[in-house]
Every structure is written in structure tokens, then in C-alpha cells.
Design a protein around this ligand. Structure first.
Ligand SMILES: [Zn+2]
Length: 205
């Protein structure tokens, strides 16, 4: 089993390689690795990230087959199936690091801001279920700091949403709470910059 702190270092190193455009020879994706993994996996980190085509976890962290257990959903929101997926990997594979990976210019956050400014009647129920998960953190941001310029508001809203998802995973599951307390599970937030490729980790309690 790979401890959370070591897993975090691996992700930081991988992201540094990605940013420097040095692809790792140590991120195997070939037939030999595929065969080795056919009988089992031990992913060292769980990534709950956004579906955005520009933020594929394996690429931005320069990792190979079998390294990351990835859950992607627009706006990196946390609903029961996401919590269940995190529980599954943490319990079954012993993964000890969970990263909630948001990113700059997130379309789901933008859609939520637009919805708050101009509520639409005809939004699909399914899309609404995503916006509704993001809405409370953005609304409370607007309530406490009504004077944000649009760019600053977008940046803060992305971060607020990452914090909400992170806290939901930390406190919204008995299984995860117990793993945090007794087994060294670490849940951290992170933000990927579309502009620089850098992942900034925060809230590393
Ligand atoms: Zn996004």
C-alpha cells in the first residue's frame, strides 16, 4: 500500500513532468503492463475530476495504466455514486489519497453562475441536478462578497466548489470518515490551470 503523502509526491512529480513536457518512461501503458494488471490493480490515488476534455487526470499527472482510480463528472461534484466510487477504491484497493481536481474556466461553474443570474425554465432535469450541487457554494460566495468582478468571481467559485466537494467526501460518508481517522486516508482539493498546466494542491489537512 502506498501512503497518502507518498502518493501526493508522485502526483506532484508527474504534474511537473507534464508541465515541462517531459513524458515519463516510468508511466507504462504497454502490453507487458496491461498483462500484469489483468489479474488485479492497486491504484495509488483516487481522482475525482471534471469531465472537461482538457483535464484528463492520467495525462496531467503523467501516470500509466493501473495508477489512478478516476471518477469524472462535470463540475467535479459529489453525489452518492461518486462517494460510493471513492469508498470502493479506498476499501477494496487500499488507496489512501483522494484528490478533488477542479480547474480554471470550468464550464459547469460558468453554467451555474449564468443560472443564478438568469434562471432558465427549460434546463433539463439531469443538467439541473449538477447545477443544483454547485449552486449553494456559489450563492453563499455571492452573498458574502457581492462586489466580485466577473473573473475573480469565476476563480473564487471554482475554488469554493472544490472545497465543498472535498468537505463532502471528508464528512459525508461513515466509511471514509473511519478511514481518515484510522487508516491514514487523506482527502485534498486541487486546481488545474488550463493556461499553465500546473496543478495547485490546497487544503492539505
Ligand atoms: Zn469543468
Amino acid at each position: 500500500m502506498i501512503e497518502a503523502r507518498e502518493a501526493l509526491e508522485r502526483l506532484r512529480d508527474g504534474n511537473r513532468r507534464f508541465v515541462s513536457d517531459i513524458r515519463s518512461s516510468g508511466a507504462p501503458t504497454g502490453p507487458a503492463r496491461r498483462n500484469e494488471l489483468a489479474s488485479g490493480q492497486e491504484p495509488f490515488a483516487i481522482i475525482l475530476g471534471c469531465s472537461d476534455s482538457r483535464v484528463p487526470a492520467e495525462i496531467v499527472f503523467d501516470q500509466g495504466l493501473g495508477d489512478l482510480f478516476v471518477i469524472r463528472v462535470a463540475g467535479n461534484i459529489v453525489a452518492p455514486s461518486q462517494v460510493g466510487s471513492v469508498e470502493f477504491s479506498a476499501e477494496r484497493y487500499g488507496t489512501r489519497l483522494v484528490v478533488v481536481l477542479g480547474h480554471s474556466q470550468c464550464g459547469a461553474i460558468l453554467a451555474t453562475l449564468e443560472e443564478l443570474a438568469r434562471p432558465s425554465e427549460d434546463q433539463s432535469r439531469n443538467l439541473r441536478s449538477i447545477v443544483d450541487r454547485i449552486r449553494p457554494s456559489v450563492a453563499s460566495l455571492l452573498a458574502t462578497e457581492p462586489g466580485y468582478a466577473p473573473e475573480a468571481l469565476m476563480r473564487e467559485a471554482v475554488r469554493a466548489n472544490i472545497r465543498v466537494s472535498t468537505n463532502h467526501l471528508r464528512h459525508g460518508s461513515d466509511v471514509l470518515e473511519s478511514l481518515i481517522r484510522n487508516a491514514g486516508l487523506l482527502v485534498v482539493g486541487a486546481e488545474y490551470s488550463l493556461e499553465t498546466g500546473v496543478v495547485e494542491f490546497f487544503d492539505e489537512k
